[in-house]
Ligand binder design. Sequence first.
Ligand code: SAM
Length: 161
Amino acid sequence: MIEVLRLGHRISRDKRISTHVALVARSFGASKIYYTGQKDKSYEESVSKIVKEFGGDFSIEYVSSYKKLFSDKTVVHLTMYGEDFRKVKIPKNDLLIVVGGEKVSGEVYEMSDFNVGVTNQPHSEVAALGVFMDHIVKSKYPSFDDGKVRVKPSSKGKEFY
Ligand code: SAM
């Protein structure tokens, strides 16, 4: 099982990027996203609306403290300062993948089982999560067959089942 934790959500600045983090988590096979920072009903509704339309089993939950989430999972913190993700051997346990926002406290680095970088250059939590999850699931994504909206792959235009 894969879950994701998005740290430090700010209502005024992060709605779009935090939503994208959640949608990437869902698309690539995570079952849940937790977030810290400011509780944001509109963020939760945006994510739940996509799940309702496009299917799958994915939920979002605000947590005031991330610490208790770290106890029973392998925690992988994505950071530009980390070790090369391609060289780190991640055990096949339940995973909690952590992405930050503006500033990540030193405690997260210490409490995580792994601190890994997707390159050691600054970019984005959305990109880092997508690349890392693709690596973890070996490009095997959920099918979302129960979705009300089901996109049919097409070489031209938009098609649906
Ligand atoms: N200095 C931050 C860091 O530790 O990566 C960059 C902050 S960036 C705006 C927000 C988040 O994007 C980071 O907390 C991290 O989760 C993710 N991120 C950015 N660049 C990354 C990289 N090269 N590898 C892995 N994660 C990255």
